[in-house]
Design a protein around this ligand. Structure first.
Ligand code: ZN
Length: 437
């Protein structure tokens, strides 16, 4: 596949997209029973696509449909399959994907492009603290760095002290890991006074916010810049898009993935508006899908010029992993990312104030008479210490009121109640399917 480190000029993009979209749709119709059946049911023929607007005639593909397929049937080229990956299963059963050579080439090149977009260059060293395994993070970052000519420290999701030791020994300039992992490293550095060699960070696989960015950049020193990387296993892994030095939303590589952001009526949203991200592969890979409803709630930040070489490529901000992550609490709606922001800020503040006397902070959701009950849970070294308990509770309530204009009951428990995670941390514990508590 003809794909360069630099994306095609924005003026050529629409005609490239149309050509590739027509090719991919026809290929899927001719080679896969899944799409042949789907297009027939929707009474649409891929040759009907004469313009990009005609794409709206095609049916959506959903995660549930893919999960319902037998494991063998998601591979469009079983004989060419090189690797299988799964999503992390953030919202249920992990979705399987199947990679052939072209998928690895595409992701490697988009990865190299993405790393270059945030200032990485040939010869720099990248420390990889994403997991290597079913999760695409580790292996695909490895591929990306190799394509850009970088040196790789393939450490995986190691314990924090081991990652610091590797950083001190090999002095990498670039770092990649989840934002949660980066925050834990910041706490460790704050407690132990360590100088870091990292200057550029590519952080993703979780929804995170500018608050978290601030925390990471402050924690790692004035020369460190943290960038968002956006991807999903179903679309080949981490490099569907990446932030540039402007740090204002991830540019989406729409020469490879045709992007739609749709409101609840299926209409395109305008700049500044929020909708569901729908992505189509526009090449025929091992598991290419058309109009795939990611379930991610995103905001279209801008489609205008930018300071970087991806100028004109749309930028988005991820607000919530799943559209359905909006829930009714009492009489009003809350979205998951708001509660995650409260959790991030509360953890930071409690850590500043109480150090090791405070452990993990989680938001627990449970069902209550058709609505959602929210509870803030804080681990304390001594949960019986009434004075400390009361101060902690008032800090939590203040932050919550400040950030989302409301607060919820605070429960304290012993340190060790919640598992410490080195990868993706579930800040919100959802018990709503377990019935009323
Ligand atoms: Zn840019």
């Amino acid at each position: 596949m003809d794909l360069g480190i630099y994306p095609p000029h924005i003026n050529a993009l629409r005609s490239i997209q149309l050509k590739k979209f027509r090719y991919t749709t026809k290929w899927l119709n001719d080679h896969t029973l899944f799409y042949k059946t789907k297009f027939r049911k929707a009474d649409v023929d891929p040759t009907d696509i004469k313009s990009l607007d005609d794409i709206k005639k095609l049916p959506f593909t959903t995660k549930d449909e893919l999960n319902a397929l037998p494991n063998s049937e998601i591979c469009w080229h079983p004989e060419l399959t090189l690797r299988k990956h799964t999503s992390s299963g953030t919202t249920g059963m992990p979705t399987a994907s199947c990679f052939i050579d072209v998928d690895l080439q595409v992701m490697g090149t988009l990865g190299a492009r993405s790393l270059k977009l945030c200032g990485c260059e040939e010869g720099m060293t990248l420390q990889v603290n994403y997991g290597y395994g079913f999760f695409t993070g580790g292996l695909i970052f490895d591929e990306a760095a190799r394509r850009l000519g970088m040196k790789i420290l393939p450490q995986g999701a190691a314990p924090i002290d081991k990652s610091i030791a590797a950083m001190q020994r090999f002095q990498p300039k670039v770092w990649c890991c989840t934002p949660t992992y980066a925050k834990r490293v910041c706490y460790y550095i704050g407690d132990n006074g360590v100088d870091v060699s990292w200057r550029i960070g590519s952080h993703g696989a979780e929804v995170w916010t500018n608050e978290t960015r601030k925390l990471i950049e402050e924690g790692l020193g004035p020369d460190y810049k943290a960038y968002d990387v956006f991807g999903l296993c179903e679309k080949g892994g981490p490099f569907v898009g990446h932030e540039c030095i402007a740090q204002d939303g991830s540019h989406i590589w729409t020469d490879v993935f045709y992007m739609e952001i749709l409101d609840e009526n299926g209409e395109d949203v305008s700049e500044g508006e929020i909708g569901e991200l729908v992505l189509s592969h526009i090449y025929a890979g091992g598991y290419s899908t058309i109009r795939y409803r990611t379930g991610d709630k995103v905001k279209l930040v801008a489609e205008n010029d930018c300071v970087c070489f991806a100028s004109g490529y749309p930028r988005i901000q991820i607000l919530g992993r799943k559209v359905k992550d909006e829930f009714k609490v009492g009489g009003t709606f809350l979205i998951r990312s708001d509660l995650e922001n409260v959790a991030v800020n509360t953890t930071r503040k409690l850590h500043e104030l109480f150090g090791a006397d405070v452990g993990e902070f989680r938001v627990e959701l449970s069902s209550l008479e058709g609505t959602t009950d929210v509870r803030y849970c804080v681990e304390l070294a001594d949960p019986e210490n009434a004075e400390q308990k009361s101060v902690v509770k008032s800090v939590v309530r203040d932050i919550s009121r400040h950030m989302i204009n409301r607060s919820f009951p605070v429960k304290t428990m012993e340190i060790g109640t919640y598992e410490q995670s080195l990868g993706k941390t579930k800040l919100i514990i959802d018990k709503r399917n377990e019935g009323p508590q």
